[in-house]
Design a protein around this ligand. Structure first.
Ligand code: ADE
Length: 234
């Protein structure tokens, strides 16, 4: 999978060099290219923002550097299919595990990280000429810009690429994959600071363990995220 990121803070993405995604990049499974939006400015101050038409607080990202970024990235001969553009935004659709599973099918994602009060609306229209455009929110809160949200999405999507996570079984038994939160996990020692691992997990009875884990998943989901459960189970 190819991923391009356009940002005024490329160093936010340095951490993509470590851990599982770093290894995936080394092995060529994940091709991430981070671009500095200011490379497509032409004034001495490398200006990327200006005051909003119609008035109001804050600054808006100017369309011209974004237009040149799109020209450079989305018409690149190296990328065969039309890209999917993702603009992280608190005004977007909410990012979920099922959206991550949908996006991992795409051969080319381009993340456009806005700052300030957002990006001139015409940039989304311009991107839509070259591929699918999606505004995606991490959740109902406001970050200072799209960088942290893009990082979270790249990690959630990237770990679903076959071969990135060593044991594919670990992708199945986790929160949100079955519509339930994950069951509690324990490791050795069996007794620690007066706390014991639930007896059932030491029993060797796999059927009983599976049933207990499922029950824990339902109980935790009911307590913490009742919105995930179908109405009759709540
Ligand atoms: N940019 C600012 N806030 C955001 C959020 N909640 N999700 C995605 N991008 C954002």
């Amino acid at each position: 999978m190819r991923v391009d990121v356009v940002t005024i803070f490329p160093s936010f993405f340095d951490v993509l060099g470590v851990s599982l995604l770093g290894k995936a990049r080394e092995r060529g499974i994940l091709d991430v290219r981070v671009h500095d939006l200011r490379a497509w400015t032409h004034d001495r101050h490398r200006t990327v923002d200006d005051t909003p038409y119609g008035g109001g607080a804050g600054m808006v990202m100017k369309p011209e550097p974004w237009g040149e970024a799109l020209d450079a990235i989305a018409t690149d001969a190296g990328a065969d299919a039309a890209p999917t553009f993702i603009f992280p935004s608190p005004a977007g659709e909410v990012f979920t595990q099922s959206l991550a599973r949908e996006l991992v099918q795409e051969p080319h994602l381009v993340f456009g990280c806005g700052r300030y009060e957002g990006i001139d609306e015409r940039v989304f229209e311009e991107a839509a000429v070259r591929g699918r455009v999606r505004l995606i929110s991490l959740g109902d809160y406001v970050l200072n810009g799209g960088e942290v949200a893009a990082m979270a999405m790249i990690e959630a999507i990237g770990r679903l690429i076959p071969g990135v996570v060593g044991n594919p079984d670990s992708l199945v038994e986790e929160s949100h994959e079955e519509g339930l939160l994950e069951y509690p996990s324990y490791t050795k020692p069996a007794h620690w600071r007066g706390r014991s691992v639930p007896e059932i997990l030491l029993s060797g009875n796999h059927g009983a363990i599976a049933a207990w884990r499922h029950q824990q998943q339902v109980e935790r989901t009911r307590a913490r995220r009742p919105d995930l459960l179908p109405d009759e189970t709540v």
